[in-house]
Design a protein around this ligand. Structure first.
Ligand code: HEM
Ligand SMILES: *[C@@H]1O[C@H](CO)[C@@H](O)[C@H](O)[C@H]1NC(C)=O
Ligand SMILES: *[C@@H]1O[C@H](CO)[C@@H](O)[C@H](O)[C@H]1NC(C)=O
Ligand SMILES: *[C@@H]1O[C@H](CO)[C@@H](O)[C@H](O)[C@H]1NC(C)=O
Ligand SMILES: *[C@@H]1O[C@H](CO)[C@@H](O)[C@H](O)[C@H]1NC(C)=O
Ligand SMILES: *[C@@H]1O[C@H](CO)[C@@H](O)[C@H](O)[C@H]1NC(C)=O
Ligand SMILES: *[C@@H]1O[C@H](CO)[C@@H](O)[C@H](O)[C@H]1NC(C)=O
Length: 373
């Protein structure tokens, strides 16, 4: 059965012209008939190889003359990731908030010194579930605009705001989708970030604070969100993201692992680097993730009703990393694209190859949900 929203998308797609299917909206979840109507209206951009590592991986000025912070313009998109929001607001990514996966890999490497294989793995995971593989575009948000002086335009489908495929529950500074807004900066939650930094970090956010705050956010969702889900991939991204402020928001010339809270607010709330900001001094990923998880271990699982957290033994965990990859491809992606054909299948397969190639050689066995060619 077609829902009202898919019918309106279809009408848009068929009418062509000014209000065509958005080039950065995901094609996930549409029926064969809908895809047959939408895809011919889109400009096909073949996937390009993900960028390799950068040559110069030293700390350097990234809030520079060529990358000044600018406020949002009408229509600019921002979303749940303060890292990507900041790169867009400094022009390391297109300020519109819509980018190709290759642009995202380059931007996180150049702007923050994110390590190459991690940058590719995370970017292509997000792109496969939330991006448009025909136009090769990904929205870092999903609504346009998030804030700004102008009246909001209608929401569009897809992008990183899409709940439960990449965006997930128990974020540090964003609410759970269950409570309505899953992507905007939430002052109350940031106050908690500050409170925990005061209590466990003497006024700074560090790895000790990260372990305590991560646990608090999980406990909060267990107690208050009956739909709380904390299985792979969210199980991994939640712990990884707890380390990112330490690994990427601390100036690369500073090596003590203590993040200033004014600096943190700039990134989380305003998508803004401090004046004179230097990126990390070496390629970084989720360094410290083990410390965060070990502070208060909990198995992957979900609430079955309020305050009733039930472990899910079929989810990947820290001792079964390949299951993260396998389930993501064989379950998550396949459920979004049950039976792709033509250029859609080809584009999915190429991007699935890029995604798999980011896993250290010999680490896992590749899965081919749509055949091999
Ligand atoms: C490589 C491509 C990246 C993608 C596709 C991506 C995507 C995302 C998404 C979808 C979320 C929301 C998850 C959620 O809380 O529900 C998120 C959160 C987050 N990201 Fe990124 N991200 C990327 C790189 C980065 C980088 C380079 C940084 C740091 C410079 C960063 C910092 C963060 C932080 C701190 C959060 C947690 C926000 C919170 O819990 O309040 N990300 N990211
Ligand atoms: C990195 O170094 C290699 C080998 O020296 C060179 O071919 C390549 O062009 C360099 N890349 C950039 C982005 O400077
Ligand atoms: C995420 O938040 C946006 C904006 O508030 C909302 O439109 C969207 O429905 C939310 N997604 C889910 C799955 O709750
Ligand atoms: C922010 O988060 C708090 C705590 O979860 C919640 O009570 C509040 O409604 C949220 N505020 C907004 C504007 O979403
Ligand atoms: C975090 O800060 C607190 C207070 O200064 C300190 O006791 C703790 O060792 C710090 N943790 C890390 C990992 O730096
Ligand atoms: C992690 O998952 C594996 C494989 O599913 C399972 O055998 C193992 O017991 C789990 N480990 C923990 C600590 O939950
Ligand atoms: C992927 O899923 C299919 C269908 O459920 C199943 O037959 C196949 O064994 C799965 N492959 C892997 C590697 O899990």
């Amino acid at each position: 059965m077609l829902s009202l929203s898919t019918i309106s998308v279809l009408v848009l797609a068929l009418s062509g012209g000014v209000s065509a299917f958005p080039a950065h909206a995901s094609l996930a979840g549409y029926s064969r008939e809908e895809l047959d109507a939408i895809i011919p209206t889109l400009e096909f951009r073949a996937p390009t190889l993900p960028p390799g590592p950068i040559n110069d991986t030293s700390a350097k000025l990234v809030n520079d003359k060529a990358h000044p912070w600018k406020p949002l313009r009408r229509g600019d998109i921002r979303g749940p990731c303060p890292g990507l929001n900041t790169l867009a607001s400094h022009g390391w990514l297109p300020r519109s908030g819509v980018a190709t996966p290759a642009q995202i890999v380059t931007a996180v490497q150049e702007g923050f010194n994110m390590e190459n294989t991690i940058a590719i793995f995370v970017t292509y995971a997000a792109f496969l579930v939330d991006g448009n593989v025909i136009t090769n575009q990904l929205s870092i948000g999903g609504k346009t605009p998030e804030t700004g002086p102008d009246p909001p335009k209608p929401a569009i489908v897809g992008g990183l705001d899409t709940h439960a495929v990449f965006e997930g529950d128990a974020s540090m500074t964003r609410g759970d989708a269950f409570f309505g807004d899953n992507h905007s900066f939430n002052e109350t939650l940031f106050d908690e970030f500050v409170d925990f930094s005061n209590r466990f970090g003497a006024g700074k956010y560090n790895l000790t604070v990260a372990g305590e705050l991560r646990w608090q956010r999980i406990q909060d969702s267990i107690a208050n969100n009956p739909t709380f889900s904390f299985v792979s991939p969210r199980f991994f991204t939640a712990y990884a993201e707890s380390t990112f402020p330490i690994n990427f928001f601390i100036d690369g010339r500073q090596s003590d692992g203590q993040l200033d809270l004014t600096v943190a607010r700039g990134f989380f709330k305003d998508s803004r680097m401090p004046d004179g900001f230097f990126r990390a001094s070496k390629p970084m990923g989720a360094d410290g993730i083990g410390n965060v998880a070990a502070a208060h271990p909990i198995p992957p699982g979900r609430n079955v009703g309020l305050a009733n957290y039930v472990p899910d033994p079929t989810s990947a965990n820290f001792s079964s990393f390949c299951l993260l990859y396998t389930n993501f491809v064989n379950q998550t992606i396949r459920s979004l694209y049950p039976a792709p054909t033509g250029i859609l299948r080809k584009a999915l397969n190429t991007n699935l190859d890029f995604f798999f190639d980011a896993i250290p050689a010999g680490g896992c066995t590749q899965v081919f949900p749509y055949g091999q060619d």
